[in-house]
Design a binder for this molecule. Structure first.
Ligand code: HEC
Ligand code: HEC
Ligand code: HEC
Ligand code: HEC
Ligand code: HEC
Ligand code: HEC
Ligand code: HEC
Ligand code: HEC
Length: 426
């Protein structure tokens, strides 16, 4: 009996060692060959904590691919692989807004009329909205179109293969996506006092303990991976405001977003799509929860009262910019109503539709008229800047790139409408 036990123990030990040898040998072979094939990538992996913990190529890519002849067998891991060891971060990420990036992109009508390279291929819209968990159906659609990469969102802030925490804590990790035309948070923060201080501190011209808030301090505090703001990107919420003028203006904007039927005022199917990806806060409490969290974060450095007042000014600028925008929408909508602008075939209604984005047309009547483009820019570029700059404490964006441009857009729209009416032949 004793002999048998010893025999069994030995064989178990050997088979364990055998397994270990195979997987280590495998790891060695991946690394050895890839040192030649992709040397930079191996250096990056070597710089990672993973390499110190024996989390090797085959842990993430499997061991079926063994050389140049079977490259297709290498698995490209999605977020669920990372979740096996980083459950907390994955669970938080899955609750936050970033997890919806891909689905909200695909909920837009514009996505389906633009080149695939800009979507599934991962440049253009898809180059930023690949931040998001894809459903099985979405992955199938992508691979059916021949696109193999872009399966993982975790590597958007902790880029592969160094997968570093320090990198993700640097505001530059956010820059690629949070910049530019309709969400220049990077530019606004960078040139605000908050950002300036951060850079001055980094060049060691402020004491080590000087405070300077980064994007992460305000949006991903204490290591959380769940992100959400009160107003969000569209800058609308429910229920509608009590102030009668603001309420009317908001309804006009919701019609131009295609979530309310412009003829009946009833909700459309698009409202469901918007709701399903958490694009707008649907109750006063859910809005207030996010706002209160933010004020607490400001409260690390400012008095709560100071912070609250700063943010409330952002809200009232939202109201004032909604007034300008709604007036402009109404002017263009009247041109549709009077048959001076023809409804593009794709549109559901003879009414401006912001979610077709730019679709510029020149003489093509099936695309946006010029006045529609001015209106779109007023919404997507200038209204965004007006309120986003307020929240990111940037004086120049708030005035010159935001409010002043909205006022100018409205003036342009008025003049254009007059000319269009004067020169229109029935
Ligand atoms: C004998 C050399 C060799 C070995 C061993 C090897 N690879 Fe590769 N691997 C390659 C080559 C060559 C490519 C294709 C590179 C290219 O497209 O330029 C590749 C590509 C890949 C890709 C990218 C797949 C894609 O679709 O772009 C991954 C991931 C990968 N290898 C992981 C591994 C892992 C994990 C192992 C070990 C289990 C491994 N490799 C072992 C040579 C090797
Ligand atoms: C912690 C998990 C992890 C480890 C460890 C890992 N990879 Fe990757 N690798 C990824 C992810 C995630 C992607 C991106 C997948 C996608 O885009 O769909 C990727 C992509 C790749 C690609 C294709 C993209 C490109 O940039 O060329 C290659 C090649 C690759 N890995 C090779 C390796 C090799 C070789 C090793 C070991 C030295 C390794 N990986 C270790 C997670 C890992
Ligand atoms: C098999 C388990 C395992 C898998 C799978 C795995 N990791 Fe890790 N990861 C670890 C361990 C262990 C550490 C080191 C933890 C420590 O030192 O505290 C680590 C550390 C990290 C860190 C912190 C690095 C730092 O600079 O402190 C990040 C970020 C990270 N992993 C991201 C990922 C991502 C993204 C994926 C998926 C592509 C992934 N990991 C897959 C086990 C894993
Ligand atoms: C440079 C990166 C980038 C590109 C390119 C980009 N987006 Fe975005 N998109 C973002 C970011 C970042 C946000 C969140 C902005 C915010 O909240 O201020 C966003 C927000 C959105 C939202 C709102 C999501 C929500 O839940 O509030 C939609 C819809 C959207 N984008 C669609 C598109 C479409 C369609 C395209 C291409 C025509 C596109 N985006 C191109 C980065 C990008
Ligand atoms: C929007 C950027 C962003 C994305 C996307 C992201 N992370 Fe992180 N991650 C961070 C930041 C910032 C930190 C540093 C948190 C801290 O310590 O304050 C971090 C830290 C980590 C750590 C180290 C935790 C520790 O305390 O050592 C791990 C592990 C990690 N992330 C895993 C993941 C995984 C898994 C995913 C995908 C589900 C992911 N991250 C996606 C920004 C991101
Ligand atoms: C001092 C704190 C703070 C810093 C630093 C900060 N933000 Fe914000 N951010 C806010 C506030 C406040 C809001 C609006 C919250 C609300 O809706 O009540 C906001 C809103 C946002 C939004 C939603 C749309 C918008 O702009 O209103 C995004 C996206 C965003 N921030 C990204 C970033 C990025 C990226 C950085 C760094 C480049 C950054 N933020 C830096 C406080 C900050
Ligand atoms: C790869 C692109 C990408 C990177 C990198 C990125 N984001 Fe985002 N972010 C997005 C997209 C896309 C959205 C909109 C997601 C959606 O559809 O809801 C978004 C949304 C947000 C929101 C939610 C705004 C709202 O609607 O409430 C915040 C806050 C935010 N990001 C902060 C950050 C911070 C902070 C970083 C850096 C640590 C960062 N992001 C890095 C693409 C990115
Ligand atoms: C980590 C600390 C920190 C956090 C968090 C923080 N701030 Fe600041 N804030 C500063 C510092 C430091 C200054 C520059 C002080 C000065 O102007 O003398 C500043 C300046 C300001 C200014 C004045 C800018 C100017 O041009 O004079 C405003 C407004 C402001 N913060 C609002 C906010 C709001 C709103 C929040 C939360 C969304 C916030 N801050 C979060 C540290 C912080």
């Amino acid at each position: 009996m004793k002999k048998f036990i010893i025999f069994v123990s030995f064989s178990l030990l050997f088979s364990y060692l055998g397994f270990f040898n195979v997987s280590l040998a495998n790891a060695e072979s991946c690394i050895n060959c890839h040192r030649g094939v992709t040397p930079g990538l191996v250096k990056d992996w070597e710089a990672s904590k993973h390499s110190k913990m024996e989390i090797t190529c085959s842990t993430c890519h499997g061991d079926k691919h063994t050389g140049p002849h079977n490259v297709k067998l290498a698995q490209l891991p999605d977020e669920t692989l990372c979740a096996q060891c980083h459950k907390k971060q994955f669970d938080e990420f899955a609750k936050g807004k970033h997890s919806f990036g891909w689905t909200s992109l695909n909920a837009m009508p514009i996505t389906h009329v633009e080149p695939d390279e800009l979507m599934e291929g991962g440049r253009g819209c898809g180059g930023c909205h690949n931040m998001g968990i894809k459903t099985e159906a979405q992955k199938k659609e992508q691979s059916a179109k021949g696109y193999r990469y872009q399966n993982n969102s975790c590597d958007e802030c902790h880029t592969r293969h160094s997968f570093s925490k320090k990198e993700a804590l640097d505001p530059k990790a956010c820059q690629q996506c949070h910049m530019g035309y309709d969400h220049p948070q990077w530019e606004m923060w960078e040139s605000s006092k908050h950002g300036t201080r951060w850079f001055v501190k980094n060049s060691e011209n402020l004491p080590e303990n000087a405070q300077a808030p980064s994007c992460q301090n305000c949006h991903l505090p204490e290591g959380t991976h769940e992100n959400r703001t009160a107003w969000g990107f569209l800058g609308v919420k429910l229920p509608l405001p009590e102030d009668p003028q603001w309420k009317a203006d908001r309804i006009t904007i919701l019609k131009a977003l295609g979530v309310l039927n412009p003829e009946t005022g009833e909700p459309t199917a698009r409202l469901e799509a918007v709701k399903s990806v958490d694009m707008v806060r649907l109750t006063e409490e859910s809005w207030k929860t996010e706002r209160d969290k933010m004020i607490k974060r400001c409260g690390n450095c400012h008095s709560a009262q100071y912070a609250r007042q700063q943010l409330e000014m952002g809200d009232s600028m939202m109201q004032k910019s909604d007034r300008l925008l709604a007036e402009a929408i109404q002017i263009v909508a009247d041109l549709y109503k009077d048959g001076i602008i023809k409804k593009p075939n794709k549109y559901s209604f003879a009414y401006p539709d912001f979610l077709y984005f730019m679709q510029t047309g020149g003489g093509d009547t099936n695309k946006l008229s010029y006045i529609d483009q001015v209106l779109f820019q007023m919404y997507m570029k200038h209204r965004m800047r007006t309120y986003q700059a307020f929240f990111h404490v940037n004086p120049d964006y708030a005035y010159w790139y935001g409010w002043a441009m909205m006022v100018k857009d409205l003036g342009n729209i008025k003049e254009l409408a007059q000319t269009m009416r004067a020169t229109h032949h029935k």
